[in-house]
Design a protein around this ligand. Structure first.
Ligand code: ZN
Ligand code: FE
Length: 255
């Protein structure tokens, strides 16, 4: 039996997620923005928390760790480059390293840019990726600790994932991201379709995550900075992709 996922909201607009392996009974929280919604998700599913996998050190992803660890004695696994800034870490994960939650096997993809050493968690057999604040649906995280070049390289690593991978991200920012993306690619049909779908999801009170990597590749401007039409749209025809990416990211900061 394959992985089961429970997605829920935390804080103002953070996604929380539980990843459950029916074979072993292990359950991992992907980040822990705050304890109470994680506890509510555990109660609703009947799952027992055994692990917390942390994508990066920001407080809105780590604030619930200590309380959850106190109660559940769960294992806390964090990116090796950020473990000092994260409470309760038992194990660290490095780029290319393996992650195991019972029978569920994944791989760490280091995606620097938003922070210095965030971990994107990729589960190829399950066709799942948890991108933290590196990649959002139709957006990407602010480049805070890394460089624009690094963030663009991280985008390329994520763009290499299979189209049928379901992407879970750290925040419900999708509609605002779409509004911005339309300023870059107003005629993108996949983007227009995503806007219609997202508007319906939100109107029904549903999350816009996960999204398909195939759709992200076709509609997320931050994954498309090396396309001639996108460079042209920001007045940078012929410029290096990392510079086009930087321009799009800078425009989004001001949007
Ligand atoms: Zn963050
Ligand atoms: Fe965040």
């Amino acid at each position: 039996m394959s992985a089961q996922i429970r997605l829920f909201m935390c804080l103002k607009d953070n996604f929380g997620a539980l990843l459950h392996d029916p074979a072993s009974g292990r359950t991992a929280a992907i980040d822990a923005p705050e304890a109470a919604p994680v506890e509510a998700a555990l109660a609703a599913t009947g799952w027992t928390l055994t692990d917390i996998l942390v994508t990066h050190h920001h407080r809105d992803h780590t604030g619930g760790i200590e309380e959850l660890k106190d109660r559940h004695r769960c294992r806390v696994v964090a990116p090796d480059g950020e473990a000092d800034a994260i409470p309760g870490v038992d194990e660290t994960m490095r780029d290319g390293g393996n992650i195991r939650i019972g029978a569920i096997e994944g791989r760490v993809i280091a995606t620097p840019g938003h922070t210095a050493a965030p971990a994107t968690l990729y589960f190829p057999a399950e066709k799942l990726v948890f991108a933290g604040d590196t990649l959002f649906s139709i957006g990407c995280g602010r480049v805070i600790e890394g460089t624009m070049d690094e963030m663009w390289q991280s985008m390329l690593k994520l763009r290499a994932l299979a189209d049928d991978t379901m992407m879970y991200c750290g925040h419900e920012y999708t509609l605002a991201n779409i509004r911005f993306a339309k300023t870059i690619e107003p005629d993108n049909a996949v983007l227009a379709a995503r806007e219609r779908a997202v508007t319906q999801l939100l109107a029904a009170g549903n999350p816009t995550a996960p999204s398909l990597m195939g759709d992200e590749k076709k509609a997320n401007p931050f994954l498309r900075a090396d396309l001639p039409d996108v460079a042209k749209a920001v007045g940078m025809a012929g410029a290096p992709a990392a510079e086009v990416f930087a321009e799009i990211r800078t425009r989004k900061n001001k949007f």
